[in-house]
Design a protein around this ligand. Structure first.
Ligand code: FAD
Length: 286
């Protein structure tokens, strides 16, 4: 198993993100997706975590299963808001004893229902990054938002807090976006603050317009007019996916040409779009 810090030092990483399935059927389908994507030789894969601990066991079980049963290096996402330090320590102990070396340290979104608010020893992701660094042994990633986090008051604050986080962490993975200049501008703004850690762009191919537009709205990413225009009036799901894959391929090619240290694909637990983009880019397949 590999530490992502070492993989990035050795060259570009190509990686995939999954969420822990809720049902036996979804579990089987994800097993198929992982088998199909294993042939693309990803540097690592990551597994999301339900903010406040709602997928605590399912995330841990999937990450540990991948460590035991596949050749892929897994990274566990971990959100800290709504957790005590003791809870985080017990999660980290399970990962350490299972041989997991990579954690994506996140704030997580606070619950919208006051009834769901839980005691928290953390305010921001930086608190968790520092806790992980003090615990030792983990390669630590953080989230970055090229078009700003929706809760950030302004761009300067967003970049300042991100730079503080990245000075302690090892690398960042971005929220998805649709135009390479958002990544380039983020990298330049961090460099101006003296931070040059790898920023891996997150890629979300449009396979379902409504779903991706809703996710973009929530995450603060602009769904560009040129992409909306290409998709206008297209109802056939295969045609939507073809347009989405073409747009994502162009974005990936631009990012690689601009020197991105890797590409991280939000797979939504399916393999087709990612495999098509790989083929379009001529990336090596086992
Ligand atoms: P933070 O770094 O804490 O930032 C949150 C906000 O607080 C930002 O606006 C920041 O500017 C501001 N801030 C930071 N420090 C300070 C400070 N000292 N004072 C004032 N303001 C400050 N969510 C999940 O629930 N589960 C997941 O698995 C998950 N995976 C993700 C993976 C990626 C690659 C990305 C990009 C996001 C992911 N998210 C996930 C979403 C993420 O948890 C939310 O966007 C969350 O609202 C913020 O997380 P963060 O780590 O960026 O938080």
């Amino acid at each position: 198993m590999a530490r992502i810090t070492d993989l990035l030092a050795a060259g570009r990483t190509f990686s995939f993100e999954f969420f822990p399935p809720k049902t036996d059927a979804a579990q089987l389908s994800l097993g198929r997706t992982i088998a199909e994507l294993e042939g693309l030789n990803p540097g690592f894969v990551s597994v999301t975590y339900g903010a406040g601990g709602s997928t605590r066991e399912r995330t841990r079980d999937l990450v540990l299963w991948m460590r035991r049963e596949t050749h892929i290096s897994p990274m566990a996402h971990l959100t800290c808001v709504g957790h005590t330090r003791a809870e985080i320590d017990s999660i980290l102990d399970a990962y350490r004893s299972g041989g997991i070396e990579n954690i994506l340290a996140l704030g997580g979104d606070p619950p919208t229902d006051p009834a769901d608010v839980r005691p928290s020893d953390y305010n921001y992701a930086l608190d968790l990054v520092e806790h992980l660094r003090d615990s030792g042994g983990f390669s630590i990633g953080v989230a970055a938002h090229p078009e700003m986090h929706p809760r950030s008051a302004n761009r300067a604050d967003d970049r300042r807090f991100l730079a503080d986080k990245l000075r302690v962490a090892d690398f960042a993975i971005t929220q998805f976006f649709f135009e390479a200049e958002h990544w380039q501008r983020l990298v330049d703004e961090l460099a101006a603050l003296g931070v040059n850690k790898p920023i891996i762009p997150g890629i979300m191919p449009v396979t379902n317009r409504g779903q991706v537009q809703r996710m973009a709205e929530l995450s603060g990413a602009v769904f560009p007019a040129w992409l909306a225009k290409r998709l206008d009036g297209v109802d056939d799901p295969d045609e939507v996916r073809r347009i989405g894959v073409d747009a994502a391929t162009e974005l990936c090619a631009d990012l690689l040409a601009a020197g991105a240290p890797g590409l991280h694909f939000y797979t939504l637990n399916r393999s087709t779009a990612t495999r098509e983009i790989y083929a379009n880019l001529g990336l090596p397949v086992a």
